[in-house]
Design a protein around this ligand. Structure first.
Ligand SMILES: O=P(O)(O)O[C@@H]1C[C@H](O)[C@@H](CO)O1
Ligand SMILES: Nc1nc2[nH]cnc2c(=O)[nH]1
Length: 201
C-alpha cells in the first residue's frame, strides 16, 4: 500500500522526504473527508506533517480540512491519514490517464471520440476495464498496462483512419519495449508472507 500511495504522489522528492521524516511504512492509507479528520488524532506513535511543509505536496483549501498527513498506528496496523483531501472544485484536475473501454469491435466514430474527449478520457480501448473489475472482485491486486497504438480521430477532415492492422503493427514494433518493461516489473516484485505484492520504486 505504501508503494502505491507513494506512486500516487507522483513525486519522488515528496516520497523521499516523507520516508526520511518518519520510520512508519504504512500498510493502510485513509483519506479523511469532511467529518472524519479526527480519526487521524487517534493514531498512536504519531508523526504528523502539515501539507505546507511537505515538498511538492498540494495544499488543502477546504474549511475544516486540517491539511495534515498523519502517520501512526491504529489497532496494530501502520496507517497514514490524510486530514484533508483534494477536489476538482479547488482547481485540481482528475488523475492523469483516464482509460475508457468501449464495446468494439468497431473503432469510435468521430462523434463518439469527441464525447469521450469531453468526458475527460485520455485513452480508449476495448478491454482491460472488465478484466480489472473481475480481478478486483476476486480480491486480486491489479496493475494495468496499455500500449497506446494510435491517435483517435476527432476531426471529420482527417483522412487517417484507425484499423486493426495498424494496431497490430505498432504492437509488433513496441513488443520488445513492453516485454522489457513487464519483465523488469516482475523482477522487482517482492511477495510478502501475507501474499501482498510490493513493487520497489
Ligand atoms: O488487446 P486488445 O484486444 O484490447 O487490443 C485492441 C482492442 C481490439 O481487440 C483491437 C483493435 O484493433 O486491438
Ligand atoms: N476503442 C479503441 N480501441 C483501440 N484499441 C487500439 N486502438 C484503439 C482505438 O483507437 N479505440
Amino acid at each position: 500500500m505504501y508503494q502505491i500511495y507513494v506512486f500516487m504522489l507522483c513525486c519522488c522528492k515528496t516520497a523521499d522526504w516523507l520516508m526520511s521524516q518518519t520510520r512508519h511504512r504504512p500498510q493502510v492509507a485513509i483519506i479523511c473527508g469532511s467529518g472524519l479528520g479526527m480519526l487521524a488524532d487517534t493514531l498512536k506513535c504519531q508523526d504528523s506533517f502539515a501539507y505546507s511543509d511537505i515538498p511538492g505536496f498540494p495544499q488543502s483549501t477546504v474549511q475544516g480540512h486540517a491539511g495534515r498527513l498523519v502517520f501512526g498506528e491504529l489497532k496494530g496496523k501502520t496507517c497514514v491519514c490524510m486530514q484533508g483531501r483534494f477536489h476538482m472544485y479547488e482547481g485540481h484536475s482528475l488523475c492523469k490517464g483516464v482509460y475508457a473501454m468501449v464495446g468494439g469491435p468497431n473503432f469510435e466514430t468521430i462523434a463518439e471520440a469527441r464525447l469521450l474527449h469531453r468526458l475527460g478520457v485520455d485513452a480508449v480501448g476495448m478491454s482491460t476495464a472488465p478484466e480489472v473489475v473481475v480481478a478486483t472482485h476476486c480480491g486480486l491486486r491489479v496493475f494495468g498496462l496499455s500500449l497506446i497504438t494510435n491517435k483517435v480521430n476527432t476531426h471529420y477532415e482527417d483522412s487517417e483512419s484507425v484499423n486493426h492492422e495498424g494496431v497490430l503493427e505498432v504492437g509488433r514494433l513496441r513488443s520488445h519495449t513492453v516485454q522489457q518493461l513487464v519483465t523488469e516489473l516482475i523482477s522487482r516484485m517482492e511477495i510478502n508472507n501475507n501474499n501482498t505484492i510490493n513493487t520497489a520504486v
